[in-house]
Design a protein around this ligand. Sequence first.
Ligand SMILES: [Zn+2]
Length: 312
Amino acid sequence: MVETVVSVGLPVGEKLNVKKNVIKPMVLTGKEKRVCIVTGTHGDELEGQYVCYELNRLIEEHLEYLTGIVEIYPALNPLGVDSITRGVPGFDLDMNRIFPGGEGISAPEYVAHKIVESIKGADLCIDIHASNIFLREIPQVRVSEGTADRLLPYAKRLNVDYIWVHAAATVLESTLAHSLNTIGVPTLVVEMGVGMRITEGFCHQLVDGIFALMKDLDVWAGEVITPKQPIVSRDREVGFVNAGRPGIFLPCVPHWNDVKKGEMIGRILNPLEGKVEEEVYAPIDGLLFTLREYPVVSPGSLLARVLGGDRS
Ligand SMILES: [Zn+2]
């Protein structure tokens, strides 16, 4: 059943509505666990749209296997999704920097507050992001060092390739995931693919993982896959590659490929003079898990990230 999580009036009579589809088992016992799937916080990240569609479709197709409650929120920032805008249009802010929000502040903060209220008490939340328009990422879960012990058992069942445990310093307290983890809802942040596009294979991989995790939580009783064993970054080095010169970046190796230290991964071109501004090399041996998709670069632009081998 589609429910409205929050509705806020817009200046000229329209409304900002955040909606969720609540899917319940045919017979309720009152003891059901609840899983929330959320996406669309960043309006230019669309991979989650296909994941939501597939989840809805597959659950409805076999409702007899549903033993818990699944809530699907495709667009936490609907104005952003509608207008291909990363942030909240008209307010010039990043929706994922205003959680947990509050009442009596701005409209987006009120929306954030109502979203947190709606998810509160769930047994698990999965927040799906799709990098941005600049970088392509392999399917991964990102967790903070402080929440890793609690979240890793869930993250390892999600059928992703990689779990990036971030140092505490890089954790942003104003994100939805941080707010939910603080109030006791285990929340996994998934990053995969690239902004403004849908990578079908990645979406199917994640949907399979969500079903596997739902089965672990007694929310789903149907057949599920055996999730793949992800690489966990904790004991590994991550090599960053940044542009030294401005120009047009053209990679010469595919994303999600093993590279050797010193191997050329791309070139920065000067279209005005027909020259190569810079040749770009892998900083360490490892897996090219991030690769720049958007060609225009300035000095400092992130071009790639390489995941090194086991340090032990
Ligand atoms: Zn995002």
